[in-house]
Ligand binder design. Sequence first.
Ligand code: ARG
Length: 462
Amino acid sequence: MSNKMWGGRFSSAPDAIMEEINASIGFDYRFALQDIKGSLAHVSMLAETGIVSKETAKSIEQGLTQILAEIESGTFTFSRALEDIHMNVEGRLAEIVGPEAGRLHTARSRNDQVALDFRLWIRDTIDQLDRQILDLQQALAEKALAHAASIMPGFTHLQSAQPVTLGHHLLAYVEMLGRDRGRFQDARRRLNECPLGSAALAGTSFPIDRHMTAQALGFDRPTANSLDSVSDRDFVLETLSAAAITAVHLSRFAEEIVLWVTPQFGFARLSDGFTTGSSIMPQKRNPDAAELVRGKSGRMIGSLTALLIVMKGLPLAYSKDMQEDKEGTFDALQSLSLCLAAINGMVLDLQPDLKKLKTSAGAGYATATDLADWLVKTLKLPFRRAHHVTGELVGMASVRGIGLEKLSLEEMQKVEPGITQDVFSVLGVDKSVRSRTSYGGTAPANVRSQAKAWLKKLDRLK
Ligand code: ARG
């Protein structure tokens, strides 16, 4: 039997392989809710404009509501022969309503229908992700406030650079996630135009009211060009791009967790809840969740790349290649949601070893810049000269394998006669961190007020 939705000119059924490669119901069943919402808005507009009768519209609406209930209760049977969610819903509608169901598809096409469903689905998904990112920001900001004065090493090139506070470090991620939310919001704002009524590609000769459907579905306005409406997937690309960047941020944090919980770093500990054992090495506590967040970022970035490549050679308007826009997107956004939840869990779980963090903060001559700054401020040396003097002192200390503060005043004065006892006051990590009071710097007072400002802002957004 040929396809009952479009099989008029076909005399036989598709080849089994044709059916398999063509069908999208295996993944676009996720659009069920959006598809039915869209159809409800469409049919009520068709009735309002006199394109279908009020009675027909009413029975179609009832049929659609019943289908939604069937899908939600799990009694709906999806059929691969009906290809996709759009035809599965319409096929069932015909069973319930009879031939009048066929009027629902007046003045629309699956091309504008899928564009609509996907926009609605992306919009809902962005809203869910936004809430999750907010939750993570809050967890981080709370921990940051608690650790506004906890000293840890700050790194560049993964070499000890200058001491910072753990709170400052965590707030760096709150900032990144704030930009991530901004990117998702930006994508959401731009996607919020309704493609329904663009029909196959050229619009329609029926007197439809696209403003009415746009408004009913919560869009700001209808899309302006029917060709663009059915061939555009920018809204998916933008969302995947925001997702990929967020995934990169989560991956960087995950990588830090992986490093921090090694016995070599020993900066923090994850509980049994977020680690796994090894089947052969009894001592192991592996941070698998963090590693998987790091690993999944690869797949998420891949989904963005894959869709860019699908789209790049397509002439206007719709081509079936565009059905390939879905699986990678579902996978990426679902993975992102899982990664956000996993990082959130680890942020709450992570127990920093404050003693270890502070000791390491002083290692590797991390206060050398403080010494150079002291020479500039107290002895009025030019910074380049101060840098050189400090370098010599670091050299002396490192040859002997001791810290800067273990050099005697006499030894220091051999390099720079002006140095006084006062220099020792800047060699401690506490003083170093407290002195970084420039706007955005790591001083605990700064970190405390930044964490509080974030918590207030997040509270307002929730
Ligand atoms: N399942 C299709 C997709 O996901 C729906 C649109 C089909 N349009 C068409 N002209 N065959 O892209």
